[in-house]
Design a protein around this ligand. Sequence first.
Ligand code: SF4
Length: 211
Amino acid sequence: MDLEKVLKLMKIQSKNAPVFKISRIANDEFKVAICAILSSRTRDEITLKVCKKLFKKIKNVEDLIKIDEKELEKLIYPIGFYRVKAKNLKKFALELKRKFNSKIPSKLEDLISLPGIGIKTAKVILSEAFKKPCIAVDTHVLRISNRLGLINTNDVNEANEILEKIIPKNLKTKFNKTFVAFGQTICKPKNPKCNICLLKGFCKYYKKIKN
Ligand code: SF4
């Protein structure tokens, strides 16, 4: 599959999609990490709103260590799983200080050793804070990659491994944002807009429903 062309066509069709830019609200590695943790299973506009409010009060690891967990819960509500995330953020802050001297590490294995950070969140941090090319498999990436036939699995870890291998390094940085925007506008979870989609010729799902 000509992945460069696929990404170009996706970009053309989803040019009006709202773009979630962590850099708009997070100006250092610590804040990027907090945004990435909070954004998991939460709509972008809610993450943006909550992070803006949160960063008025929490500016560094020490602030996060000091804040009361109940107060943190209130601050991050209505983020998805806000109670679990508040607990994880407190543990994350303590471990970050203990293991990494309060500095966000730039290696995947170090990041996932911290509470509340899975592979996808770690990769968002690597990409946004350290500009490292990598794929973060979220719900849009998983769904569209399966529909196109790039992968044939709903296991996030397996999808992650396959995509890291088959996506050329020069396309990795734009891969996530392009897939997310396309998934929000055209290749939606329910009722994908196949009738107007420019990727029909590449798509395994489309070929199947047409036969
Ligand atoms: Fe998604 Fe349909 Fe386009 Fe395939 S043809 S990529 S399923 S919108």
